[in-house]
Design a protein. Structure first.
Length: 506
């Protein structure tokens, strides 16, 4: 049972299904009159959400004509809870008079749990929200009870309307889809970043400066469940930095980076895996020119583990921020998909790495994906990522060259196939720099088949290995830091996508 009190008595609503939505009783405001220009009117809404309440609860707000600005603030209780149980966490957002239907036609912003108040008007909005007129009709404050303590979650909303003439609407300006570039070359990028337009603490200008300092050629804006930052990156782009636009679609069953969508694209997140709706939104990302990249698929935070499968994915994030045990699990799970692709003779899924940086001391560009692309443009970078012509490096200091060569001089690089007979001798060669005292491991469909001695303190070295396609269907390289003791491998310094060996089966 969910209860709400709108200052007019208490009303109870019975709901079922945690992935459903609930709409509470509406809040109404008087129409504007000649005396109300610049006046403000406020209403307060309070209620309690029990454990098991729907994922999304909507509070309708009847907005009359003549409103210049809508502002919402909220609070909720955070009681102490027993160890090992979840406390209260309540996200918030806004939909306008176009409604809350899945797909987001009425979407006006989302701040999750990052802010306690927000506003929208024609000429401005709180970061995370979309400027635009406050049209007459039914608006909806969207509540997302992320976790609810056993004693329930009590909340209070304060909704304030300011009457008056609307300001001049803002015309969005977006960054260009191409930078100067160096022609066909290796370009460094970080495609999972958060600014103050969601739950980050950095401005776009600060992120762009850090990206340049990290040696990056491209970045991708990926705010949680909002595209509000898209119009705030144009003045940070330049000949030396391509800025792509996207979103981190943050569902209750995992997060996915929409990478390089058309400017202004919003992707809805209000569904779970059991609802069988992800395919629709993956198609929307592709239709908008973006890539579908499941993020941190084995992260341990509530709702973070990826449960939608990889059928629609273009790549997968196997390294997210500082290297941790869940990245090691993601790496092993990804390697299993490579084995399956060989067995079933189907398209393989490239891996990539991103920083997921939010605030200091999160390091932008650590890790970074280094992709071979024909140019520094959105389309060329996406094509390189989709083809797996890339490796992951912990910083700009790391540079790799990874090739396989056949007996007659046939040659293939990262993400490519060396199409030679099964018994053809193949030489696999890794050249690395910027990885002092690191160990190189060559990994195949059988497992780790070579582990090198530590590279010199100078950080540069070459490792070669001979094999045949019948022995190794693919080979990829891991460059790891020294580990103190025991069988657990050290943290990654770099990682390549595979080179496939042998002719594909018909």
């Amino acid at each position: 049972m969910c209860e709400d009190t709108h200052g007019i008595g208490r009303r109870a609503l019975i709901v079922t299904g945690a992935a459903t939505a609930l709409t509470l009783g509406s809040v109404s405001f008087a129409a504007a009159d000649g005396q109300d220009q610049g006046a403000r009117k406020t209403a307060t809404v309070s209620g309690t959400l029990p454990p098991g309440c729907p994922d999304f609860v909507y509070v309708p707000v009847e907005v009359p004509t003549g409103v210049r600005e809508l502002k919402v603030s909220y609070t909720y209780d955070r009681p102490g809870v027993p160890a090992g149980t979840t406390g209260n966490a309540l996200d918030i957002g806004l939909f306008d008079q176009h409604g809350t239907e899945l797909g987001g036609k009425g979407f006006r912003g989302w701040s999750g749990g990052a802010r306690t108040e927000f506003f929208v008007r024609a000429d401005d909005a709180t970061p995370g929200y979309i400027p635009g007129p406050v049209g007459a009709g039914t608006w909806y404050v969207a509540l997302g009870p992320y976790t609810v303590a056993s004693q329930g979650l009590s909340y209070e909303l304060t909704i304030t309307l300011t009457y008056g003439e609307p300001g001049t609407p803002v015309r969005p300006v977006y960054p260009p889809s191409r930078a100067k570039g160096r022609g066909r070359d290796w370009y460094r990028g970080d495609c999972h970043l958060h600014s103050w337009y969601s739950d980050g603490r950095r401005t776009p200008a600060e992120i762009a400066a850090l990206a340049r300092a990290a040696g990056l050629d491209f970045i991708n804006s990926s705010e949680h469940n909002t595209h509000s930052s898209h119009a705030h990156w144009a003045d940070q782009a330049g000949d030396d930095l391509l800025i792509m636009l996207g979103e981190e679609v943050t569902t209750r069953n995992g997060h996915v980076v929409a990478l390089g969508t058309e400017p202004g694209t919003f992707v809805d997140w209000r569904y779970r895996a059991r609802d069988n709706r992800f395919g629709r939104f993956a198609h929307q990302i592709h239709k908008a020119g973006g890539l579908v990249v499941p993020a941190h698929p084995h992260a341990t935070c509530v709702g973070c583990a990826w449960k939608f499968g990889f059928g629609e994915a273009d790549a997968v994030e196997v390294w997210n921020g500082p290297y941790t045990p869940d990245d090691e699990v993601a790496l092993a799970a990804w390697d299993a998909t490579l084995v399956a692709s060989v067995r079933e003779n189907r398209q393989w899924l490239p891996g990539m790495g991103n920083s997921d940086a939010h605030r200091d001391p999160d390091a932008v560009g650590s890790p970074q994906t280094v992709v071979l692309a024909d140019d520094l443009s959105r389309e060329a970078i996406q094509e390189g990522l989709r083809a797996g012509r890339s490796y992951i490096a912990e910083s700009k200091n790391v540079t790799l060259s990874f090739t396989a060569t056949g007996g007659r001089g046939e040659r293939a690089g990262i993400g490519e196939r060396l199409a030679v007979a099964p018994d053809t001798p193949v030489t696999v060669r890794l050249e690395a720099s910027g990885v002092p005292r690191c160990t190189v491991r060559f990994v195949t469909d059988e497992g780790v088949l070579l582990t090198s001695d530590p590279l010199p303190v100078a950080g540069s070295g070459v490792v070669e290995w001979q094999t045949t396609p019948s022995y190794a269907a693919y080979v990829r390289a891991e460059i790891r830091h020294e580990t103190a003791a025991g069988p657990v491998p050290g943290a990654l310094a770099a990682l390549t996508n595979p080179i496939f060996l042998g002719r594909p089966e018909k």
